[in-house]
Design a binder for this molecule. Structure first.
Ligand code: TXA
Ligand code: MG
Length: 313
């Protein structure tokens, strides 16, 4: 069932979460598929519904820094990052606190001694956390390997009635998943996302290290991910027969679906997944994508496009 955000919906959603069910809810990045992070069976249902091939660790969503500090060990640098970017689209990977202090399921952390935490900014997500009174584990609300959902109907398209409740909060504002940062052994960008690397580096007054594609630290870094059904070709200046074009900027042909007519990276990020879905729905031979600048949010946009275009069986 899809319901607009109001008190009744939030109450119903919180009751489903507390009873071990799944709720899809809006965040400022993409829609999440949420379950009670302290209930292993409920968390297992997330993996089952998504058809995730492996038990990748999940992000734990909490209402505020106090709730976060029960789950993870924050040093001064982590506290500063949280203070600067929470609530918001930043996920911080930290050492998990000893388990009597919290009851986060081992399935959420996939047996790691670290946990990924974020405090979302979207009002519906915040209301849900306040009403549910438990931390909520939530990956993006898409079937594994498919494009992340930025609208309620994307969630419905992937799951139909397999998800008890979908909270419709309109279009996701950022349209890209959260940026994931680990601070130990040294500050590192695990996944580019809705907060630009430059903003985090400016706050920490240091450069974030690079993750390596081979030593996968964050399974979201799997090469073929976020994939439409159609094949893709990037950095395209002219289309081939049978291709549809995903444009960017004022130079794009007027019949192309344009990520941002004025060449604004924030607008492009917000449109990325919805536009990919719309083009994929036309069942084209291939989706061609115009060049996107590499700086700021362009880093995350190009990252998602590379993964979407990676050849698959
Ligand atoms: O914007 C977002 O982050 C969305 C919304 C719903 O919050 N969630 C999201 O979750 O993108 P998901 O599961 O699609 O991606 C979570 C990423 C995965 O790549 C996972 O491997 C990584 O976080 N992750 C989780 N725990 C980790 C840990 N302890 N160490 C390293 N990576 C971790
Ligand atoms: Mg995902």
């Amino acid at each position: 069932m899809t319901m607009e955000v109001d008190k009744t919906t939030i109450g119903k959603a919180a009751a489903i979460i507390r009873a071990g069910g799944l709720v899809a809810f809006p965040t400022e990045t993409v829609y999440g598929l949420g379950a009670d992070a302290t209930n292993g069976l409920a968390v297992a249902r997330i993996f089952e519904a998504k058809g995730r091939p492996r038990f990748n660790p999940l992000i734990v969503h909490v209402a505020d820094m106090n709730a976060a500090r029960e789950i993870a060990d924050f040093d001064e640098q982590a506290l500063a990052l949280g203070a600067a970017f929470w609530p918001g689209p930043l996920t911080i990977v930290l050492p998990v606190s000893p388990r009597p202090k919290h009851r986060i399921s081992e399935l959420v952390t996939a047996g790691l001694d670290t946990v990924a935490i974020r405090v979302p900014a979207h009002p519906a997500a915040r209301q849900l956390l306040d009403a549910a009174l438990v931390p909520i584990a939530a990956p993006s609300a898409n079937v594994s390997g498919r494009i992340s959902p930025t609208r309620a109907h994307h969630v419905y398209d992937d799951f139909g009635t397999n998800v008890e409740l979908i909270i419709d909060g309109g279009d996701a504002e950022a349209g890209l998943e959260s940026t994931i940062v680990a601070l130990a052994p040294q500050p590192m960008l695990l996944r580019p996302g809705a907060v630009a690397r430059e903003d985090i580096e400016a706050h920490l007054k240091l450069r974030l290290g690079e993750f390596s594609e081979t030593g996968i630290r964050s399974p979201g870094q799997l090469l073929s991910h976020y994939a439409p059904r159609a094949a893709m070709r990037l950095d395209v200046k002219a289309t081939l027969p049978g291709e549809v074009l995903l444009g960017f900027g004022p130079d794009a042909p007027s019949d192309a679906l344009n990520l941002s007519q004025i060449g604004d990276l924030r607008e492009a990020a917000a449109n990325l997944f919805a536009h990919l879905r719309a083009l994929d729905a036309q069942s084209p031979a291939q989706i061609a994508v115009m060049p996107i600048p590499a700086s700021g949010l362009g880093e995350a946009i190009n990252d998602r496009l590379r993964r979407a275009s990676f050849p698959r069986e």
